[in-house]
Each structure stands twice: as C-alpha cells, then as structure tokens.
Design a protein around this ligand. Structure first.
Ligand SMILES: [Zn+2]
Length: 139
C-alpha cells in the first residue's frame, strides 16, 4: 500500500468528563494531527494526493473547526455553564473528547465528507497530545 502523510498543529482546549485524574480539569494541548491517506491508484504524476490537497481538505478543516476552541462532550455536566460563559469558544462533540475519540471521528465522519470527490481515503489519524502521548485510529 502507498500512503501520503501530512501533519498539522493546532491549539485547543478540552477536558475528559469523568476522568479519574488531571484530565478532568479544563486544560489544553498543542495538538499535532498526522493524517495518512491512500488511493486505489496513483494519479498520472505518481501521487496518492498532492500534499497541498491534504492541507486544504483536512488541515484547514482543523483550523476552521477546532483551532483555539474548547472541545466539550454533549453529555458533559459542565457544558451548559461553559456555553453561558463563552458560547463562541465551545465545540460540542458527540463523544468525550479524548485523542482516541477525536481521531476516530476524523477518520469515520469528517474525512469521508472532506475527501468526497477525490479517490482518496483517510486511513490513519495519529493525534499527539504531548510529545510523549499520542492516540491512533486506523481502518
Ligand atoms: Zn488533555
């Protein structure tokens, strides 16, 4: 299999509702997202997908939707209070916003919409929360 990978960095806040420890607190990360795409066949120039297209379709989506926002689970008991305080800063997610769940959401829900009309598929998303810790979702 041939793949093409590009990474992108954003800053975002979150908390993990129900976490046993520090991650239950409101905090943020300098996230690094690694996107790996594949295609059934290479294009005429020999590419899976031009790297600039990965940026336009996936990295720019992060810029527009998650960068400098606060990700909160729709079932987070603090959600309503936060929405009153900073309504423009909150991104409500259908999942508790762990790196694992964000990666799965990007691969299963966001990428198919963003890559529609191309012959490419996002098959792997790695999210670094810190330099030491990352989560991977791949199909
Ligand atoms: Zn965190």
């Amino acid at each position: 299999m041939i793949t093409a990978t590009r990474y992108h960095d954003i800053c975002a806040g979150h908390r993990v509702a129900g976490h046993e420890n520090k991650c239950a607190h409101i905090h943020g990360h300098n996230y690094r997202f690694h996107f790996t795409v594949t295609a059934k066949e290479l294009d005429d120039l020999g590419r899976v997908m031009d790297f600039s297209v990965i940026k336009a379709k996936l990295c720019d989506w992060l810029e527009d939707n998650y960068d400098h926002k606060f990700l909160m689970w729709k079932k987070d008991p603090l959600l309503e209070g936060m929405k009153k305080l900073v309504p423009d800063d909150i991104v409500v997610t259908p999942f508790n916003p762990t790196a694992e769940n964000i990666a799965k959401h990007l691969v299963e829900i966001i990428a198919p919409k963003q890559l529609k009309g191309t012959n490419c598929q996002l098959i792997r998303c790695v999210i670094d929360e810190t330099r030491k810790c990352s989560a991977t979702y791949e199909v």
